[in-house]
Design a binder for this molecule. Structure first.
Ligand code: ATP
Ligand code: MG
Length: 652
């Protein structure tokens, strides 16, 4: 592997001295969290304000047939009061949300905690008047506008359970989630501007609602002012109602284990699951990880580029930051509009201190060249973060040098929709980072590496196997909406007694963790098991390759062969010589065993809307079995798949 993979990057002395958690504190706190979880989490429970204090902390069983997960179970609180009301006395005039619109020509908004309170209360009162009460489900299908955050917090305020559906999803995907959650109301907007184009959200909602019960109501927020069709009695005009609504609303008293939201996972591995998160433990965990992972300090400007349609937007745009009284930036647009300098322009404009994005965005921007970064003053940046997939060392290095100027720690946060918050990450002031490593467990998290078939716990270092978690943490999902049996089967049956993450992992000689990708993505070539991520990293390290996805396919001699989908950098032409060159490149980078059997040129790769490669589809194409691709409702650009099928390389 390239030399970046071995070099480590310790925190600067200044970073270590000023951070919430330095190396000594990490060890001390981690040990305490494992030896006395009850005591540790009892103390952390004080991060939020309780209406009625909890007396019990943890009540958990991972035994198949009896799985239950409860935290702070007899405590009572309200999430919106924690994210807003408790800050009003000290920071009512502080900016809670900076909103940066799709077009830089339109001005940004600065929404104070006082504004946030008034707007959330209005939305809450409107929802109550529409008949929404405690425990009812509300679907949020919105652009990245402040009203999306008001909607989430308004639901939390009145005890309704929200389920956000990403605005890029189709009417079919929306209808499935309205029906699956038996929602009473859909909150949407007339249009969603993104990258200079407007998606007709209300029109999509109209189409979806044709396939839902006719009692479902629709609350429509004005974004662009575009004309929409209107169904009297079903559709409610948010802006007209908000002008009249009261700006105060008593928060509902919620039990710690009442559901806060349902979120359908992106579905890169199968049918979407309605992941359920509850109130108390989730908020404690989101607040704690936000503060410590990003080393957030009072007065910092924090920006997570995710969409509220993903769990990252829930925990690290809205709930975590606002529970901490932070200033959180909400961005409506895309990284490449009007051009590939947009992220860096926004960082400069709002003097962003912590910046959190996905490897897929970094790779895309890296491919556009450094000129787009040069013009921006990025000196405000202190901590950088990534989430969503393993970051290949090449992209890590670019992020570190070109964006962070070599002075910003990069937190490579490994977690899942199911985990509610970060489970593994280096901490900015504590750990010597290794490019591509998720490094260390967060407090209270007990990772174990198991031998995949025998389920034996692998001791010592280094080891490689499947990643399970031996005990609960407060942010853990509680069930799959309406299907507890599927919950137990999916996460607790393959490796009894453990939470099974579905990811593979290795622990190196230094005891640091590396996520190797999903277990489904491990291939077995002539008896050698390897993670596809390793081959992908090698390919992307080649100067002409922008992106690569690797899957296995049945091979007569080797058992499985290595099938690579390769997207070239702009300006590069596919050729037979380049194929040979790439094959040799991988052989020297990793070894002959990893030599690609088939390389298909891919103008684009099938991705979920959150930017994850859908390898299950690529596997089907590589197997020459593309009749049943499974659920494709979460695909960003379905046309990409047709091209790949047409030009597939393995034809029987
Ligand atoms: P589904 O479970 O429906 O297939 P999904 O797993 O893509 O959807 P998420 O919960 O958003 O939906 O993704 C979690 C997964 O993303 C992890 O299990 C892991 O495979 C990958 N991942 C997230 N962050 C990282 C990271 N920092 N390093 C490596 N992999 C990561
Ligand atoms: Mg998953």
């Amino acid at each position: 592997m390239s030399d970046t993979a071995e070099k480590t990057y310790p925190p600067s002395d200044a970073m270590a001295a000023g951070a919430h958690v330095n190396a000594d504190a990490y060890t001390r706190m981690y040990d305490a969290s494992i030896s006395d979880p009850d005591g540790f989490w009892r103390e952390q429970g004080a991060r939020v304000d309780w209406i009625k204090p909890f007396s019990t902390v943890k009540d958990v069983d991972f035994t198949l047939g009896n799985v239950h997960i409860n935290w702070y179970a007899d405590g009572e609180l309200n999430v919106s009061a924690n994210c807003i009301d408790r800050h009003l006395a000290t920071r009512g005039d502080q900016t809670a949300i900076i909103w940066e619109p799709d077009s830089p020509e339109d001005g940004a908004l600065h929404i104070t905690y006082n504004d946030l309170h008034a707007n959330t209360c209005k939305m809450a009162n409107i929802l109550r008047d529409m008949g929404v009460g405690k425990g009812d489900r509300v679907i949020i299908y919105m652009p990245m506008i402040p009203e999306a955050a008001y909607a989430m917090l308004a639901c939390a305020r009145i005890g309704a359970i929200h389920s956000i559906v990403f605005a890029g999803f189709s009417p079919d995907a929306l209808a499935a989630r309205v029906n699956g959650s038996e929602a009473k109301v859909v909150i949407t907007a007339d249009q969603a501007p993104r990258g200079g184009r407007n998606t007709a959200l209300k029109t999509n909602a109209d189409q979806a609602l044709l396939h839902c019960k006719d009692t479902v109501k629709c609350l429509v927020v004005k974004r662009t002012g575009a004309q929409t069709t209107w169904v009297d009695g079903r559709d409610y005009d948010y802006n007209a109602l908000a002008a009249e609504a009261s700006a105060t609303c008593e928060p509902e008293v919620m039990n710690a284990e009442d559901p806060l939201f349902i979120l359908y996972t992106s579905g890169s591995t199968g049918m979407p699951k309605g992941v359920v998160h509850t109130t108390g433990g989730y908020l404690v965990y989101a607040a704690m990880t936000h503060e410590i992972t990003f080393d957030y300090h009072d007065g910092d400007i924090y920006w997570c580029t995710a969409d509220v349609g993903w769990v990252t937007g829930h925990s690290y745009i809205v709930y975590g930051p606002l529970a901490n009284g932070a200033t959180t930036l909400m961005f409506e647009g895309v990284p490449t509009y009007p051009d590939a300098s947009r992220f860096w322009q926004v960082c400069e404009k709002h003097k962003v201190n912590q910046f959190y994005t996905a490897p897929t965005a970094l790779r895309a921007l890296m491919g556009k060249g450094r000129d787009f970064v040069k013009g921006a003053d990025l000196s405000s940046l202190k901590v950088l973060g990534t989430v969503g997939e393993p970051i290949n060392p090449e992209a890590w290095k670019w992020y570190n040098e070109v964006i962070g100027g070599g002075r910003c720690p990069i937190v490579d946060t490994w977690w899942q929709t199911e985990t509610g918050g970060h489970l593994m990450t280096p901490l900015p002031g504590a750990h010597a980072m290794k490019p591509g490593a998720a490094m260390k467990p967060f407090f209270g998290v007990k990772p174990v590496v198991l031998e995949p078939t025998s389920a034996e716990v692998l001791q010592g270092d280094p080891v490689e196997g499947v990643l399970c978690i031996a005990d609960s943490w407060p942010g853990q999902m509680r069930t799959i909406w309406g299907d507890h049996e599927r919950f137990e089967k999916t996460y607790f049956s393959d490796y009894p007694g453990y939470y099974f993450t579905g990811d593979g992992c290795k622990r190196d000689e230094g005891g640091d963790y590396w996520i190797t990708g999903r277990v489904d993505d491990v291939i077995n070539v002539s008896g050698h098991r390897m993670g596809t991520a390793e081959v992908e990293s090698a390919l992307v390290a080649h100067g002409k390759v922008a992106e690569a996805a690797v899957v296995g396919y049945p091979h007569d001699i080797k058992g499985q062969g290595i099938y690579c989908y390769v997207t070239l950098m702009g300006g590069e032409e596919p050729s037979e010589e380049l194929r040979v060159e790439l094959r040799n490149w991988v052989r020297t980078e990793i070894g002959p065993i990893a030599s690609p059997d088939l390389i298909q040129w891919a103008p684009g790769l099938p991705k979920t809307r959150s930017g994850k490669i859908m390898r299950r589809i690529l596997r089907k194409i590589a197997e020459d079995d593309f009749g049943a691709l499974g659920d494709t409702s979460t695909l960003a650009e379905p046309a990409v798949v047709d091209d790949l099928i047409e030009n597939r390389m393995n034809r029987s």
